[in-house]
Write a protein that binds this ligand. Structure first.
Ligand code: MIC
Ligand code: SF4
Length: 659
């Protein structure tokens, strides 16, 4: 057991129930929450349904950073709803333009030793200052705001020992790409990654946050750095030294596993299409022609990233065949590069400056051309996510991105540096950051808050009601998919679909849209004409990627009652349970082959089996075969499933309190 580690100490300090044994259920108290606008509207609709007068956390922040294209009233209306909610229930509100939630949270709110639950999978970014920051579905955040603890399986704590010193042109991004290369996108499931060793001293807070951010791509529960004097200096420069506490692992701390990375041996790396773990050294794929380069996203758009990239561009020109864009991660970062003049280096080199927001990362504008190659400093390159179905997106450090923008092709930045005489610079942290707090709306005092009216535009539709789990599931196989299905496959994002996030009826029309455009009509036929459930059959790591609960909520609305897969990603698994879809796993993975589209399925005695902790038998009525399935569910999750989802479960609990 990983006693004495940073993660262990924080969990111990926040433990509400359970034994801290890997795999066992623990509940932890949540100090802070964050939401962003694409998941936030649904989360607050659920919070409202809980009937709590004011958030019960120490701090809750609602960010507006995702749905920033306002091509009609819908996103703007949703923003107004979020602003009124923040005023009514005692939250901070970060206005559009203030920056990407994770970047801004590290700058202005993240606190060493505290817990943060966020309705976005990259919430672990705040682990860069020694915070235990976990991504979850919006309903879990709503419950945390209502004062409920967060339930999870106690993860294993993996120590990542950083030794040596990073050579020039090697960056924090290459450290996390190296881990992805070694462990793959499912290598972190059920684990917390905690960084230690002399190499930690090499990394500033924004660099640490790049690593904790992209730990999400490993499927990890979260990632965390110690809080040391580097953290202190950073928080001091943010005007919040009082938020600092020292938090180091004990010298005799034992990790459940240790992985070592010798920084001296690293070189610039790049993730090829279409997965963040498809990593190779940049030098191995030099010469690929590039159409577009973007520096931005919550992974790599800090002041450090922007300053160094701009300096490399000083006196250089972006290749005429490349469109190069920069989206600063926060208003603070944008202010700093304006003040230190490096913004001008970007402009003079021919860069296009985008808003401080997620933007191209989630297909909100700036889609690549048909079949185009886009090199991005982001964290995800799933097929179609950029908005162009056949685009080829690569992920690399901002410095590698700059090299590719200058060369017009994929190039190892070390080679370009030699050819062009580019100089590597160490970016010094400012003594004082511009706080930029004018783009926040502060929580209103309680009395004033009570009279705030909630604004609801026509885009906001009430939540559908769901029935409890049936005694026996009777349905048909409505879809069969392969390994590593992402939530972008299940519930696409992008400029067209994102404005529907607060309207489940409309967004459900897009479930699996690009994978199988017939899925929705099939599921509706089953639901409306045959009165049957839809069952989805999946491969390994089903539901990797984002925390969007719409990837569970919309399928449930369409009548999906069970997903049978080889294995699941953590957040999506939790979201399925929260919306009453039973996640089952094949005992024998070869049984995956025993299903064909439209097979008739029966899952008898479900409630009884779940309560007794016994494996479930799935009957393929069409072939006569029976398949044994297990499940990875805690006792609480089983009662949530039986209730038909977490909202029903909470309502039942409140009802029984009243009775
Ligand atoms: C993402 O990077 O996929 C998102 C968009 O930030 C999601 C949240 C969402 O779908 O709204 C995430 O990472 O959780
Ligand atoms: Fe925004 Fe992209 Fe970060 Fe998600 S990964 S929060 S879309 S910048």
């Amino acid at each position: 057991m990983a006693k004495g580690t940073v993660a262990w100490k924080i969990i111990k300090e926040h433990l509400v129930s359970g034994n801290m044994v890997p795999g066992e259920e623990v509940a932890i108290k949540i100090d802070q929450t964050l939401t962003q606008d694409a998941t936030g509207t649904m989360s607050y609709l659920q919070f409202e349904a809980m009937g709590v007068p004011r958030v019960k956390t120490k701090l809750s922040v609602s960010y507006i950073d995702h749905n920033m294209l306002q091509t009609d009233f819908r996103n703007a209306d949703d923003h107004k709803y979020l602003i009124s909610i923040a005023k009514r229930y005692g939250l901070w509100l970060s206005k559009p333009g203030n920056g990407i939630c994770h970047q801004v949270h590290v700058e202005r709110f993240a606190k060493p030793g505290q817990t943060l639950l966020g309705s976005d999978s990259h919430t672990p970014t705040s682990g860069g200052v020694g915070m235990l920051a976990i991504g979850a579905g919006g309903l879990d955040i709503a419950a945390a705001m209502a004062g409920e603890p967060f339930f999870m399986k106690m993860p294993k704590i993996v120590g990542v020992k950083l030794t040596g010193k990073m050579p020039e042109w090697v960056t924090a991004k290459d450290i996390i790409l190296e881990l992805l290369r070694r462990l793959t996108v499912k290598g972190g499931v059920g684990k917390i990654f905690e960084y230690f060793g002399e190499g930690v001293r090499e990394l500033s807070v924004p660099e640490r946050s790049t690593i904790t951010n992209m730990g999400a791509e490993l499927g990890a529960t979260t990632s965390v750095f110690p809080s040391d004097d580097i953290t202190r200096a950073y928080l001091k420069a943010q005007g919040r030294e009082e938020d600092w506490t020292e938090l180091l692992s004990d010298p005799n701390a034992e990790y459940d596993e240790v992985i070592e990375i010798n920084l001296n041996e690293l070189e610039p790396l790049i993730a090829q299409p279409h997965s963040p773990d498809n990593v190779v050294p940049v030098r191995e794929i030099e010469g690929v022609k590039v159409d577009q380069v973007v520096i931005g996203s919550c992974t790599n758009s800090s002041f450090v990233d922007l300053t160094r990239s701009a300096k490399l561009l000083e006196g250089q020109k972006v290749n005429p065949d490349v469109v190069f864009a920069v989206a600063p991660g926060s208003k603070q970062a944008l202010e700093l590069i304006t003040e230190n003049g490096t913004l001008l280096d970007f402009l003079k080199a021919g860069a296009r400056i985008l808003e401080s927001a997620c933007g191209p990362c989630i297909g909100m504008g700036y889609a690549p051309p048909s079949g185009g190659v886009s090199i991005r400093s982001f964290n995800r390159n799933f097929e179609g996510r950029s908005g162009t179905p056949d685009a080829r997106v690569y992920l690399a450090s901002p410095e590698t991105c700059v090299a590719c923008a200058i060369a017009g092709e994929i190039i190892d930045p070390r080679r370009l540096a030699k050819e062009k005489g580019l100089k590597w610079i160490k970016v010094e942290m400012p003594e004082k950051f511009p706080y930029g707090d004018e783009a926040f709306i502060e929580p209103l005092p309680e009395e004033e808050a009570q009279s705030v009216e909630i604004y609801r535009g026509p885009n906001i539709k009430p939540l559908p009601e769901f029935d409890p789990m049936p005694e026996k599931i009777e349905g048909r196989v409505a879809l069969i998919v392969g390994d590593n299905i992402t939530t972008d496959h299940i519930m696409p994002a992008g400029a067209k679909v994102l404005p529907l996030r607060s309207n489940i009826y409309a967004i459900s029309e897009y479930v699996y849209h690009y994978v199988d455009p017939e899925f929705v009509s099939r599921a509706k036929k089953l639901r409306d004409e045959e009165g049957k459930a839809s069952v989805i059959v999946g491969g390994e790591n089903y539901g990797q990627g984002s925390s969007r609960e719409h990837a569970a909520l919309a399928p449930r609305f369409l009548g999906v009652r069970a997903v049978i897969a080889k294995s699941f990603a953590r957040i999506h698994h939790a979201n399925l349970v929260n919306f009453g879809i039973v996640p089952l796993e094949f005992v024998d993975k070869n049984d995956y082959e025993k299903f064909t589209l439209w097979d008739e399925i029966e899952i008898p005695d479900l409630e009884e089996k779940l309560k007794a902790g016994e494996n479930v038998i799935v009957k393929n009525v069409s072939t006569g075969e029976e398949v044994e399935c297990k499940y990875n569910l805690t006792p609480k999750q089983i009662s949530v499933l039986i209730a038909g989802g977490l909202l029903n479960w909470i309502k039942n609990k409140q009802g029984s309190r009243v009775a």
